[in-house]
Write a protein that binds this ligand. Structure first.
Ligand code: AHR
Length: 518
């Protein structure tokens, strides 16, 4: 099987997993039941764009400073200032797209603060995330450098809330104009004669909230004005992303689309967080189930927002982007003090949440353009955790491994997959295929039910099958600095016979099976 990461390493890691790990009281009486699944290789949905597995990094807590960027003179191992372990892990995973510098930070960020000799850059107060002094040592060039190291497509979020159309059009010229203009020459003087060729541009962020508290009609007028001055330089046509709704706020989308008329954006950005009532490693079963159930609403929001956009004469042209998503738990004050604002541990529950989200993106592949998890390192549902800005440890969180399990779907064609239980906490399934392979991912979000999956494949014959599973019966289990490999994928055996596949899917698990087909 082509595993998302080195098979040998997965197996080695799996050996470190204690299958007799401490089980929270009340879990031992789990029941089991059989679920029927039908995968329809003949019913194509659309391409699983690699951008569905996109990322977001903000100047917030220790996401950028101390997480991704430690500086060239740091004693923490680094590559030109970028934390070496983080770069290595993220490269292994593959980062299709990276959005920066915010979030709320974006609408108070002035790009000129972050160019030129680092020592001469102005120091500003980060008013949104704790009032610390931002020294701007990580700016546009450092961000592009990170994207190049990771092989990620850059996505810059412009400032509408406290900025101007002039400022944003200049940033685009600075990045994309190949040569000759004063801004292109300034970029060359600052180290890059090559244009950055940035395609994705956000026109503000959450302009209903931290981006200016605007009404949708007011924001739409701003959008119209900004978009007039945004141009193509050197053949890089900007893809403009308008600030979209908070969750499934149809009033915002409608107000925006009614007003923007005639110049619809290339994309509209929806943000959907799945709030949690407990601290990450202290969830009750009830609160976990409540949080995981929210994903049914995310899927509904994607369907409804898409159909709302499609209702406008030129609305079909506007792509739907889930620009920020992930679990937002009750943040521990102690963790924030030690590791930075909004630092959040990722547990088995978080991995299940990631799997539910990624399965939805496959199922709704025809309605989405990009989805960015919030955030890449240390903040909210991050993939990597570091022990504070000075800390040397860098751990792959459970969410990292959930993303790794979904990597084989990238660039394949999503196909229909149905189960006999479509309730919010029922078995979640998604599938995709290429000429040679069929990839099926399963998520069992129940903490009290082990499942036997009986899967029929229509339209193809399976010749082989291999799988990986991420599972822990304790939903609060996590990869800590002391025990970084507690929750890692291990091999999963599936019984494959032509058009039928059977496997065991224990409670709280995320699994991917790859079938060879003919
Ligand atoms: O991701 C944290 C914050 O959540 C972002 O800055 C903002 O866009 C959202 O409200």
């Amino acid at each position: 099987m082509r595993s998302p990461m080195s098979r040998r390493r997965f197996v080695a890691d799996a050996a470190a997993v204690s299958l007799t790990a401490v089980v929270p009281r009340g879990l031992l009486g789990a029941s089991s039941s059989t679920r029927k699944v039908e995968v329809r290789a003949d019913a194509e949905i659309g391409v699983v764009r690699p951008e569905f597995h996109g990322h977001f990094a903000e100047h917030l807590g220790s996401c950028v400073y101390g997480g991704l960027w430690v500086g060239r003179n740091s004693s923490i191992p680094n590559i030109d200032g970028y934390r070496r372990d983080a770069v290595q892990y993220l490269k292994e995973l593959g980062v299709p797209v990276l959005r920066w510098p915010g979030g709320c930070f974006a609408d108070d960020y002035h790009w000129r603060d972050g160019i030129g000799p680092a020592g001469q850059r102005p120091k500003r107060v980060n008013i949104h995330w704790g009032g610390y002094v931002e020294d701007n040592s990580f700016g546009t060039h450092e961000f592009i450098g990170l994207c190049r190291l990771l092989g990620a497509e850059p996505y810059l979020a412009g400032n509408v809330g406290s900025g101007s159309p002039h400022e944003l059009r200049d940033w685009i010229e600075y990045c994309n104009m190949p040569s000759s203009s004063t801004l292109a020459e300034e970029r060359a003087k600052n180290g890059s004669s090559e244009p950055f060729r940035v395609r994705y541009w956000g026109v503000g962020n959450e302009n209903w909230g931290c981006g200016g508290r605007m009404r949708p009609e007011v924001y739409a007028d701003h959008y119209r004005q900004f978009s007039v001055y945004i141009r193509e330089f050197g053949g890089t046509k900007p893809f403009l992303v308008a600030s979209g709704p908070n969750g499934n706020d149809t009033r915002w989308t409608r107000g925006f689309m009614d007003t923007v008329q005639g110049g619809v954006p290339d994309g509209i950005s929806m943000h959907y967080y799945e709030g949690g009532k407990d601290q990450p490693t202290n969830f009750t079963a009830e609160h976990m189930s409540e949080q995981l159930s929210v994903f049914a609403k995310v899927e509904e929001a994607i369907i409804q927002q898409r159909s709302l956009l499609d209702g406008y004469s030129d609305g079909r042209k506007t792509r739907l982007i889930l620009d920020e998503w992930g679990v937002w738990d009750k943040i521990s004050k102690e963790d924030e003090k030690r590791f930075g604002a909004l630092w959040q541990q990722s547990t088995m529950r978080s991995a299940v949440a990631a799997g539910l989200g990624l399965n939805i993106f496959n199922r709704q592949a025809d309605k989405l353009h990009m989805c960015n998890i919030a955030q890449m390192v240390n903040v909210l549902q991050s993939l990597l955790l570091t022990d504070g800005p000075e800390g040397k440890s860098c751990v792959r969180a459970t969410t990292y491994y959930a993303f790794a399990l979904f990597k084989p779907h990238r660039a394949k064609t999503a196909i229909r997959a149905e189960t006999d239980d479509s309730s919010p906490l029922g078995l979640s399934v998604a599938a995709s295929k290429s000429d040679k392979e069929l990839v099926i991912s399963f998520v069992n979000p129940r903490h009290d039910t082990d499942l036997q999956v009986d899967c029929t494949v229509r339209g193809n014959t399976a010749t082989s099958g291999n799988g990986l599973i991420l599972q822990h019966q304790d939903w609060n289990a996590c990869n800590s600095f002391e025990n970084p490999n507690l929750v890692v994928p291990r091999e999963l055996s599936a019984k494959v016979d032509a058009s039928r596949m059977q496997l065991d899917l224990p409670r709280l698990s995320v699994a991917t099976v790859i079938l060879g087909i003919r």
